[in-house]
Write a protein that binds this ligand. Structure first.
Ligand code: UDP
Length: 331
């Protein structure tokens, strides 16, 4: 019988792709999700337990029944704008929920943990390419809540022997090339799916948030990573944790391509990849947007053997477009 991995947020965008990658790697992904932002139809590669991370009794029952060998923790609130307006929601929904999960995992003796953190824990660093040693000075309660969870994992390592791999990354894009799962948020706020919506008329146009930034074309620069590359890193991290048994505590890996693309460049690639025009309006800056966010991934390459193999814009947009045309979930 294959080993089970408890995947929180397994019905969401990244979590559902992680389940596919785990199944391909010989694990049974057990999705634990409250379906607030996830989709029942996205759970395709293993069993599903509907439940909330605040519900300790439910978590204890799931650990007892399934005996997972590890946890992969994706479930989170992740909208920066909302985090600025409602910090309490983020501290409770991310930090308190993760504390309950971590305590349940430790109580069940499930001591291997893979955590999906974020480069938003860094804050603004004036366009430097980030790495694991860049100081963490988050600008909003989304980033702060994720940093707090990293701290919790470190403390539970020291006290209870929990071993954690922590991944920090920025813009995840693309979809499963076989279009079994993909990105489907309601409401959608991310650039590439919004561009695809504008292309096929689901919304009138894409608004470019700010055209007067100090970049070559005046728009913000981001580091885009293909979701399949990202979840491959999570599986590599899990296998590394189980094989090398590092000292309890956290091992941090940044996942980025080291190069960024402007909003206008992404739009141009979408036009070329889909062979369709993108209706665009220029708009004002969005509150809280940094000019340029790019991360390296040297440590993930050296220690885990990870490489971003599919993270080119044509591939990410092409896979997202194929998925987009298949209609998404909930219909
Ligand atoms: N963006 C934009 N119009 C939109 C959505 C996003 O111009 O309708 C820009 C946004 O300002 C940022 C980039 O696209 O520079 C990526 O934004 P997204 O929300 O996808 O990810 P974020 O970088 O905020 O995590």
């Amino acid at each position: 019988m294959a080993d089970k991995v408890l995947v929180t947020g397994g019905a969401g965008y990244i979590g559902s792709h992680a389940c596919k990658a785990l199944a391909a790697a010989g694990y049974i992904p057990l999705t634990y999700d409250n379906l607030w932002t996830g989709w029942r139809e996205a759970v395709k590669f293993g069993p599903f337990e509907e439940g909330d991370l605040h519900d300790r009794a439910r978590l204890d029952a799931v650990f007892a029944e399934h005996k997972p060998v590890a946890v992969m923790h994706f479930a989170a609130l992740s909208q920066v704008g909302e985090a600025m307006r409602e910090p309490g929601k983020y501290w409770r929904g991310n930090v308190c929920a993760s504390l309950t999960l971590i305590e349940a995992a430790v109580a069940a003796g499930c001591l291997d943990f893979v955590f999906s953190s974020t480069c938003a824990t860094y804050g603004d660093h004036d366009g430097v390419v980030l790495d694991e040693n860049t100081p963490q000075t988050p600008l909003n309660s989304y980033g702060a809540s994720k940093r707090a969870i990293e701290d919790m994992l470190r403390d539970f390592g020291a006290a209870h022997g929990l071993r954690s791999v922590v991944f920090r990354y920025f813009n995840v894009a693309g979809a499963d090339p076989e279009a079994e799962v993909g990105e489907f948020h309601q409401p959608e706020t991310h650039l590439i799916p919004l561009i695809l919506d504008a292309i096929d008329g689901k919304r009138p146009a894409l608004t470019v948030f700010g055209t007067d930034y100090p970049t070559a074309d005046g728009t913000c620069i981001r580091d885009y990573v293909h979701v399949m590359d990202l979840v491959d890193a999570h599986v590599l991290g899990l296998n590394w944790l189980r094989k090398t048994r590092p000292a309890p505590g956290i091992e941090v890996f940044c996942l980025g391509t080291g190069s960024g693309f402007s909003v206008r460049e992404v739009i141009e690639h979408a036009r070329r990849t889909t062979n369709r025009e993108v209706p665009v309006n220029d708009g004002p800056r969005r509150e809280g947007d940094a000019v340029q966010l790019v991360s390296g991934s040297r440590r993930a390459g050296e220690v885990l053997g990870w490489q971003a193999e599919r993270s080119t814009l044509p591939q990410m947009i092409g896979d997202a477009w194929r998925w987009h045309q298949s209609g998404g979930y909930g219909g």
